[in-house]
Ligand binder design. Structure first.
Ligand SMILES: [Zn+2]
Length: 293
């Protein structure tokens, strides 16, 4: 019989779960004990780079690789929470097997990861297939609240079979739900999270047509800011007009049946052209205001 090298059950803060999210725990393990090692090329490279220094741990949906138990505790708890919440909000079924989460502490290694991942956004979390990479250097603590929830939306959507959303909708969901889930997580820890979204100048707005038809991220920082803000506002507008069940059904119809977002609202929920127009106007109206939530 194989000798078990390191098995320590550690209960996470997820034990005080809210609204039906299951209590979580993880156990550390040796590399040879990991049942699914199917890493991406980048995952393999990152693994090799830190060989001998990784601590491995397994939770319900992820295998985490980090330099310390404290990092695993923090990142894995957030990842499991975000995974569960995003599954509910988006109505996506559980993925088979576990994904990998690498916690990277060196800026230099991080820059390499972002380059190799072909990351379109500047960020502190990125994923390739079922491998997620998270930066947790010394200076990143203050911005690390949103990264895992935001990236988890991309991770869930990209790994759902036969599922594709337009770019604005995917990014709007990542921003909107990323924020929502980060806020819920912090509330669970006893903190009230608020953020201010600064007003865009009217001349900075990108047209609704450009937004809805975009297949690539815009080129300049200013356009990118507008793209993010308007995407997020449009998701917010749709969310406000539907129940959570209807919203999930709308995401499903748009993502797996390839229905146009507005056509889906019309055929499924009897929206009229004037309702769609009102939502688009609301997006432009809100984007030029500073909003604190
Ligand atoms: Zn994103």
């Amino acid at each position: 019989m194989r000798r078990q090298l390191t098995i320590h059950g550690l209960v996470l803060s997820l034990a005080i779960a809210v609204n039906g999210v299951r209590a979580g725990s993880f156990e550390t393990m040796a590399w040879y004990e990991i049942e699914s090692r199917g890493l991406s090329g980048l995952g393999q490279r990152v693994f090799e780079q830190g060989k001998g220094q990784w601590i491995h741990a397994r939770s319900d949906h992820f295998i985490c690789h980090a330099g310390s138990i404290a990092r695993i505790d923090e990142v894995l708890a957030r990842a499991e929470y975000a995974y569960g919440r995003m599954s509910e909000l988006l109505g996506l079924p559980d993925l088979q097997g576990r994904g990998h989460v690498f916690v990277i502490e060196s800026r230099e290694e991080w820059d390499r990861v972002m380059r190799e991942a072909g990351a379109r956004e500047e960020g502190i979390a990125v994923h390739v297939g079922r491998d997620m990479f998270v930066l947790r250097g010394a200076g990143e603590a203050s911005v690390s609240i949103l990264d895992v929830p935001h990236e988890m939306v991309h991770y869930r959507l990209h790994n759902a079979p036969h599922f594709r959303l337009p770019l604005w909708l995917e990014e709007g969901l990542a921003l909107r739900f990323g924020w929502r889930v980060a806020k819920m997580y912090r509330e669970k820890e006893g903190y009230q999270l608020t953020h201010e979204q600064p007003a865009l100048g009217a001349e900075e707005l990108i047209s609704m047509r450009e937004l809805l038809e975009a297949e690539r991220y815009p080129g300049t920082q200013a356009e990118m800011r507008a793209f993010y803000r308007e995407s997020s506002e449009l998701v917010h507008a749709v969310w406000d007009n539907l129940t959570p069940d209807q919203f999930r059904a709308w995401i499903q119809a748009t993502g797996s049946k390839g229905l146009n977002w507005a056509e889906a609202l019309k055929t499924m929920f009897a929206f009229e052209d004037k309702d769609i127009t009102a939502m688009l106007q609301r997006v432009e109206g809100r984007a030029v205001q500073s909003i604190t939530e």
